[in-house]
Design a protein around this ligand. Structure first.
Ligand code: DX5
Ligand code: ZN
Length: 221
């Protein structure tokens, strides 16, 4: 399976975001991971649809929008119209509202012709989102608690990656994108890939690297 690297712009300098995006594209990134935080589902606030709209013309890469927000349904329109290629929403934020909110949100994303995905935090069993696997283009397994870049990888998530890949195969979707987010480094990328993840988010590993192209290559192979 092709391994894709998604640098998280959370670790970029927001005052020169356009340059940061062009830099990681030139360095071999496959997606741009946009961490959207609302100050409620997670403590910090980052940015909204306007950022996605402004960076859209600067890169050919897909924009992978990770919504760490309450009531994600209310924001889907803005991100879809801004040019998001993938929108992922948190199981926990949806579950707080109702048992059907996650599925409804994923279907709403798809209705805009945008790819969709469900996200689980480290303490949520991946089995909790098995029912929406058939409608997801990607599933995202958090390997840190969301909110901040530069945290340490939680190795227990590797078991969940294996379960997710096995379930994707079982339902006839062996090539489904399984994304890992948080604490990915050149040192642990190999075990993450071996467990069955094929999309690796990397914030600090790429943006703090003295040689981002070399780091992206190392994360891939
Ligand atoms: C955490 C974010 C991650 C984070 C990854 O809340 O969702 O995308 O930016 O950063 P690193 O790779 O530094 O852990
Ligand atoms: Zn993220």
């Amino acid at each position: 399976m092709k391994i894709k690297i998604a640098p998280s712009i959370l670790s970029a300098d927001f005052s020169v975001m356009g340059e940061a995006i062009k830099m990681v594209e030139a360095a071999g990134a496959d997606l741009i991971h946009c961490d959207v935080m609302d100050g409620s589902f997670v403590e910090p606030i980052t940015f909204g649809g306007q950022m996605v709209k402004n960076i859209r013309p600067l890169t050919k890469l897909p924009l992978d929008c990770h919504l760490m927000i309450e009531h994600p349904k209310t924001q889907v329109k803005f991100f879809a119209e801004a040019g998001a290629d993938i929108i992922t929403v948190h199981y926990k934020a949806c579950k707080k509202i109702s048992d059907t909110y996650l599925r409804e949100t994923l279907e709403l994303i798809k209705s805009y012709g945008v790819k969709c995905g469900a996200v689980v935090n480290p303490d949520v069993p991946v089995e909790n989102i098995f029912d929406v696997f058939p409608i997801c283009d990607m599933v995202l397994l958090m390997s840190v608690y969301p909110g901040y870049g530069g945290q340490k990888f939680i190795p227990e998530v590797l078991d969940k990656v294996k379960k997710a890949r096995a379930y994707a195969i079982k339902i006839g979707r062996p090539d489904m994108d399984i994304e890992i987010d948080g604490g990915v480094t050149e040192e642990n990328a190999e075990i993450i890939r071996a467990a069955g993840a094929n999309v690796l988010v990397a914030g600090s590993a790429v943006f703090r690297s003295p040689d981002p192209a070399k780091t992206i290559k190392a994360l891939k192979s």
